[in-house]
Ligand binder design. Structure first.
Ligand SMILES: C[S@@+](CC[C@H](N)C(=O)[O-])C[C@H]1O[C@@H](n2cnc3c(N)ncnc32)[C@H](O)[C@@H]1O
Length: 193
């Protein structure tokens, strides 16, 4: 088996499973947001790159930056991008709530299946607002707050109204709900230009 850098093999297999594409295809995020092809996009909680890698393939002129708090995830994503020769992928280790990027340096932040794992969403969303340029977009995809056979148990899910309030508190506006996933809520919001 390839080096998993101490990560739980079952967790990595779940994150890499192509079966996920049947209900969570990251391409639909970009179909909905239709970014400029030379966008700088930051995938926070990137894991093994389920969003970062296809985004970098879809937009070769873009820069896709994967950030995660786990060194093992960072190493696995670095390996995958390098094995595929994706020169437009950058990978960073981050501390919770601190994105290791300059202010006003990103166009889009995406967080996929991360929100329900956050101990402190407020400082992270504030830091997302810091790194985004004026008019920049944040996209949050997380499990629906319902018993549907896929979402985690009640208590480990985040109601969309709470995410909306957190986004508003962090300075985001124009919050939109995209009803495109069966098991996931997808909210986008923008910073004032
Ligand atoms: C369920 S995985 C999803 C990974 C990836 N987005 C995907 O859809 O395959 C959640 C990821 O978020 C990371 N994570 C959890 N809390 C975080 C935080 N505060 N900041 C950044 N990443 C975090 C975890 O280490 C993990 O890699």
């Amino acid at each position: 088996m390839a080096d998993l850098y101490g990560m739980d093999p079952a967790r990595i297999e779940r994150l890499r499973s192509p079966e996920r594409l049947e209900y969570f295809d990251p391409a639909k995020i970009w179909d909905a947001l239709d970014p400029d092809p030379s966008v700088t996009l930051i995938d926070i909680g990137s894991g093994v790159g389920f969003v970062t890698l296809p985004s970098a393939r879809r937009y070769p002129q873009a820069t896709a930056v994967g950030c995660d708090i786990l060194e093992g995830m960072v190493a696995l994503l670095k390996d995958a991008a390098s094995e595929e020769g994706l020169g437009n992928v950058d990978v960073r280790h981050m501390e919770p709530g601190v994105v290791p990027l300059d202010a006003d340096s990103a166009d889009i932040v995406v967080m996929a299946q991360v929100h329900h794992e956050l101990d402190a969403p407020a400082p992270l969303l504030a830091d997302c607002a810091r790194i985004l340029r004026p008019g920049g977009t944040i996209a949050i995809v997380d499990w629906k707050d319902e018993d549907n056979g896929k979402s985690p148990a009640a208590g480990r899910r985040v109601p969309p109204n709470r995410i909306r309030a957190e986004l508003t508190d962090a300075g985001f506006r124009d919050i939109q709900s995209h009803e495109i996933y069966t098991f996931h809520t997808f909210l986008s919001a923008t910073l004032p230009a």
